[in-house]
Design a binder for this molecule. Structure first.
Ligand SMILES: O=P(O)(O)OC[C@H]1O[C@@H](O)[C@H](O)[C@@H](O)[C@@H]1O
Length: 314
């Protein structure tokens, strides 16, 4: 068992599933389940829950947990032969009891490394050997950082190709009061129109109906502004050129058994992803994809991201 300390607690969660609680200064915290390697909670110093988790989420293998930050690997979406969003979010990960120290965050002490490798079962559906190391780290200021390192450990000399997303469900007060900045004027593939390619209009995104768009070649920083709560989420990413924006709206919400009919009003998925250009790794090669999310008081009255404030500390 990894060494217990005030910053990292290994315990049981819903349905007795193993989880890890990360704690930092002033009460900030995060929780990640070994099932799916999935973050399900991220709270600020006022213990406000910043991620959306459906009240009907099913914590039962082999169903994906509806909310938090599901890991989509080795396939985003359902374009290829695997189950939607791949198998990583439906598998039991293990904890590395002795992870290498955080290089980029020398001060980081609240972090855990979860490991997923191929199983005989997976090899039947995806015949590749890999090691996936997911580091979940909570900074003293309460920022949540996910770092994925995926290595091709094939011994047969074969490369493999995958797509990937951090399927982040942000909790919002009211979807009609939310604006997203950083994606305007970009091209996107519209999942509601057979992934046809369009160009976004020139101002911040607002939401009045179902949206399911894969924005391409997006900037490092994206802001999600919750006007009612006077809160802005900042998403900073590295190695993840695309960003998926999804809200099921009312009809799809009603069709999902693990999602409340009205819950679409209180969530928005903005997913740092690599979809348009899949990643190919030769044996021995490793890919790294990072996202860091912060929640700050909305001081952006003009609605523009203050470049001085938003830096990628990874
Ligand atoms: O229900 P799932 O498998 O978690 O997928 C939810 C949504 O995930 C989004 O990322 C996709 O763009 C949507 O098309 C999909 O409906």
């Amino acid at each position: 068992m990894a060494s217990e300390n005030v910053y990292v607690e290994h315990c049981k969660g819903i349905n007795d599933l193993d989880k890890v609680i990360l704690r930092e200064n002033r009460g900030v915290s995060a929780e990640v389940y070994l099932y799916g390697g999935q973050v399900t909670s991220w709270k600020n110093e006022r213990r406000e829950q910043l991620l959306f988790l459906s009240s009907k989420a099913i914590f039962q293998p082999l169903k994906a947990i509806r909310g938090g930050i599901p890991i989509c690997f080795p396939q985003f979406g359902n374009i290829d032969s695997l189950e939607q969003h791949g198998f990583a979010r439906n598998r039991l990960w293990s904890v590395d009891p002795d992870p290498p120290p955080c290089s980029s965050h020398a001060s980081a002490r609240a972090f855990v490394d979860l490991i997923l490798t191929h199983s005989e079962e997976e090899l039947k559906i995806w015949p590749h050997r890999f090691e996936f190391r997911l580091r979940v780290a909570l900074s003293p200021a309460g920022d949540l950082m996910l770092t994925s390192r995926i290595r091709n450990t094939n011994t047969d000399g074969k490369s493999f190709t995958f797509t990937f997303a951090y399927h982040t469900y942000f909790s919002v007060s009211d979807i009609s009061e939310v604006r997203v900045e950083g994606l305007e004027t970009l091209d996107y593939l519209d999942n509601l129109q057979n992934r046809e390619r369009f160009t976004e209009q020139g101002d911040a995104l607002t939401f009045e109906s179902e949206v399911d768009k894969i924005y391409l070649s997006t900037p490092t920083k994206i802001a999600i502004l919750d006007h009612e709560r006077k809160r802005t989420f900042e998403l900073r990413k590295d190695g993840l050129p695309d960003a998926v924006v999804w809200n099921p709206w009312d009809k799809k919400a009603k069709a999902m058994a693990d999602f409340g009919d009205e819950e679409y009003k209180h969530m928005l998925c903005v997913e740092a992803a690599c979809v348009e250009k899949p990643i190919t790794l030769k044996p021995g090669e490793e890919w790294k994809g990072r996202q860091e999310i912060s929640a700050v008081p909305s001081s952006y009255c003009s609605g523009h991201i203050d470049p001085r404030r938003v830096t990628f500390t990874g």
